[in-house]
Design a protein around this ligand. Structure first.
Ligand code: F6P
Length: 344
């Protein structure tokens, strides 16, 4: 009987998920494995919602953003009875292994399922936030920074024409990776990240300094998770999702108000939001997703359950899943020092 492997994508979507699915199916087919698509993350395993995957069904998905399997932020450890349903369905489907493609939440569940001896899971790291430890990069990030960079370029020309300050709010949750890399690439005049509390006087002083040397416009990049030195995070809403996350956003608006109040310069805000997560993946993300998918099947072949594929330098390696979710990978301060050179 053919080895049966399930694959699911959980958490926020990102460009590069479809290249992983395609690679898993194609490499799996070469090995003679049967691949079953689990719909909408862990929800599909709780509700037994699946779709067959084969060479025909994954044809043409490589350049497509999002995930053909759908996704959700369902946590099977959250609601009573869900874990039992997941266990039963894993057996009912006759799965030999499960490939879970996700960020810290989805992989956190994957690590628990392995520890609790419920499923043979292989992890594949994804997120635009690039905040997973044990891998140099997650796919989705490169696409996100390229989109954000293009937006910053566009905002530059209008900010300059109107002699305005434009605050650009960027995603990334509690890590400032997207803000820092898109900000460096886009030539931001200031980049504010969750790792360093915002000193509003410093921000305004930098803007004034630019004005004094004739630059009467500025682009200020702020990560959605950034906070003022004094005061709590600015939240859009107080409700928590199944993994206990609040929905971030609003710091851009708050910051713009403060800048305008303190400097008197006209200040506008642009919130990039989900634009950073949509659309076709870059070549880097297509290749990384493809390499991760192929490696995931190799790990199944070697029965290396509880492991996650990862990028170390230019090499694809495997690491324990828990290593990726234990601590949040925050911005490298050497990189931030590079960004800071241009804040003056
Ligand atoms: O984790 C990816 C991410 O896009 C974060 O950068 C952002 O805070 C969050 O997801 C938004 O989640 P949702 O799509 O559920 O609003």
């Amino acid at each position: 009987m053919a080895i049966k492997i399930g694959i699911l994508t959980g958490g926020g979507d990102c460009p590069g998920l479809n290249p992983v699915i395609r690679a898993v199916v194609r490499k799996g087919a070469n090995e003679g494995y049967e691949i079953i698509g689990i719909k909408n993350g862990w929800k599909g395993l709780v509700e037994l919602d699946t779709q067959p995957l084969n060479i025909e069904t994954v044809s043409g998905i490589l350049p497509k953003g999002g995930t053909i399997l759908g996704t959700s932020r369902t946590n099977p450890y959250k609601k009573e009875g869900d874990l039992q349903k997941l266990k039963d369905n894993y057996k009912k489907l006759g799965l030999d292994a499960l490939i879970a493609v996700g960020g810290e939440d989805t992989l956190g569940v994957a690590a628990k399922l392995v520890k609790d001896n419920i499923a043979n899971v292989i992890g594949v790291p994804k997120t635009i936030d690039n905040d997973l430890s044990a891998t140099d990069y997650t796919f989705g990030f490169d696409t996100a920074i390229n989109i954000a960079m293009e937006c910053i370029d566009r905002l530059h020309t209008t900010a300059e024409s109107h002699h305005r300050i434009i605050v650009v709010e960027i995603m990334g949750r509690h890590a400032g990776w997207i803000a820092v890399e898109a900000g460096i690439a886009g030539g931001a005049d200031m980049i504010l990240i969750p790792e360093i509390p915002i000193d509003i006087d410093e921000v305004c002083a930098a803007i004034e300094k630019r004005h004094s040397r004739g630059k009467i416009f500025s682009i200020i990049v702020v990560a959605e998770g950034a906070q003022f030195k004094k005061g709590a995070a600015v939240l859009q809403e107080q409700n928590l999702d199944a993994f206990g996350h609040v929905r971030l956003g609003g710091i851009g608006e708050a910051l713009a108000k403060e800048i305008e109040k303190k400097t008197g310069y006209e200040t506008r805000v642009s919130v990039l939001g989900h634009i950073q997560r949509g659309g076709t993946p870059t070549a880097f993300d297509r290749i990384l997703g493809t390499r991760f998918g192929v490696k995931a099947i190799e790990l199944v072949k070697d029965k290396k359950y509880g492991r996650m594929v990862a990028l170390a330098g230019a090499k694809i390696i495997d690491v324990p899943i828990e290593e990726a979710v234990r601590v949040l990978k925050t911005v490298d301060m050497d990189l931030y020092d590079v960004a800071k050179v241009f804040f003056k």
